[in-house]
Design a protein. Sequence first.
Length: 586
Amino acid sequence: MKQEENKRKSGGTWRPFVKMMMETKPSKWMLGIAICLSVMSTVVGLAVPLFTKNVVDSFSITNISTSQIILLASAFLGQAAAAGISIYMLNRIGQTVVARLRDRLWKKLLVLTIPYFDKHRTGDTVSRVINDTGIVKGLITEHLTGFFNGLISIAGAVTILFFLDWKMTLLMLTAVPVAMIIFIPVGRKMTKLSREMQDETAVFTTVLDQALSEIRLVKASNAEDYEYNNGKRSISKLLQLGIREGKLQAVIFPIVGLVMMGMLVLIIAYGGMRVSAGELSAGDLVAFILYLIQIVFPINQISQFFTQMQKAIGATERIVATLHADEEPLHKGHDLADARQPIIVDDVTFAYGDHEEVLQNIDFTLQPGTVTAIVGPSGGGKTTLFSLLERFYKPKQGNVRIGQEDIFSLSLHSWRSKIGYVSQESPIIAGTIRDNLIYGTDRAVTEEEIKQASKMAYADVFIEELADRYETEVGERGIKLSGGQRQRIAIARAILRDPQILMLDEATSSLDSKSEIVVQQALDNLMVGRTTLVIAHRLSTVVDADQILFVEKGTITGRGTHDELLHSHALYREFANQQLRLEQDN
C-alpha cells in the first residue's frame, strides 16, 4: 500500500495506461497505417531544408528543372494527404478506444456490488466515465500524432545535422540538459496539479448531480444559497488550480522560448563565423536553421504530450480502480428451479464494513406461501435484513438457505428473478408508464398482460383517465405521479414479474388513508400464493400475518402471531396499541 501511495505521489507509470489501451483492442492495422503515413509525412518534411540548401548554394533558379519543381510539389501534396489521413485514422482509433473503454466502464458499473456505491458518490462515478475517459481520448486524438511526428522529426533532423556539421550540432545539443533541469521538477508539479484538478472536477460533478437530481428538495428547503456555496467552493478551487497551472505554464513556455532563442542566436553567430571562414556554406547554415526550427516545434508537441500523458495516467488510476472493483457474479452458480420452498435464515450476523453489527444472531424460517411480517422500532435492522435476502450484502456470520441450498451458491440472476420487491420509495424511471411496468422483464410482455397487471394493482383506474394512458411520460423519478400512483405502478411491475417470493418494505407507510386502502387491496392480490416478507409500521398490514417477527436493536426479541405477541411481548403490545389508536383516529 505504501509503495502504491509513493508511486501515486511520484507520478505513477505509463504501463497501466498502455495495458488499459491494449485491453480495448484497437485496430492494429489502422494504427500501423496511421503511424506509417505519419512517418512518411515527416520524412518528406525533412527533405525540404536540403532542397533549400541547394537553392541557396547555387543562388540560381535556372538550375532547377521543371521535373524537380513537379517532384517537390507532388511531395508537398503527398505530405499533406498523408498527414490528413494519418490524423483522421488516429482520431478514429482514439474515438473507438474511448467508446470501448466507456462501454467497459458502464458494463462494470452495472454489476458492481452495493458496498461500492455505499462508498463512492454518484458524481465521482459519473466523472470517471465522462471526464477521465475524455482525458484519455484527448491524449490519443490530439497529442499522439504530434508525439510520433515529433520523435521522428527530431531524430531525423539531428541525424542530418550531424552529417552537415557535427560541431554545431553538439553546440545545439547543449540546450538539452538545460531544458531537462527545468522540465523535470516543473513536470512533477504539473502532474500533481493535474491530479488535484481531476479530483476537484469529480467533486464539482458530485455537487451538481446531487443538487440537480434533488432540485425540488433544494427549493422546498430554501437551500439554494447552501447549494450555491457548495458549488462556489468547488468553482473557486478549480479557479485556483487553473491559475496555478497558468503560473507553471508561464514559467515553462517563456523559459523554453528563451533557451531556443538563445540557441538560435548562438547557432547563427557561430555559423556565421564559420561561413566567413569558409568552413561552412551559406546553404548549410540556412538548412541548419531550418532543421533547428523543425526540432523546436516538435519539442513543444512532445512536452504537451507528456503533460497530457500525466493527466491520462492519473485518469487511468481511477478508471482501473473502478474496473478492478468487486462485482456481483450475476450468472455464477446454478439456476433455482422452484422457489416454493422454506427459506431459512440461520444465525445471521451482519455489519456494514468495520462498523458496529446491525444484525446479531438472526434465526427464522419463511414457509412457502405464507406471510411473515417484520415490525419494530426504526433503525432496528429490518431493511438491512431485506438487503441480505436480496444478496446486496453477504452476512458476516451464518447463512441463508432455500430448502437445503445456500442462496449464495445460486445464480444471482436466477435468485433475484424469483423475487418481487416493492419498497416505500417505489423507484420510477424517466419514461412512459409502459416503460416502468415492463422494466427489468426479460421476456416479451403482451398488451393483455400489462392491462391485467394494472387492473390487479388498481393502477388501471388512473391510467385510463390519462390522455396518453400507458404512453404517458412520468417525468424524472416519476415526479408527475402521486405517491399512491407510483406505488400501484410498482405493484403492477411486481405482478408482471410473477415472483414466487415477495418482499414489501413499508409499501403503504407514506400514503394517505384513501390511497392506502387501494394499495393494500393491490398488495393483497399480489400476495396470494407467494412467500411474503413484509416490513410494516401499520397494524392493519400485519394482524393477518402467519408469523410476526419483532426486531429491535438488530435482534429478534419476539415471534408469533398477532394474538400471541399481544400477550407475550410488552413492546409489541405497546406498538400495537399505539398503531391501533392512530388508525382509529384516521
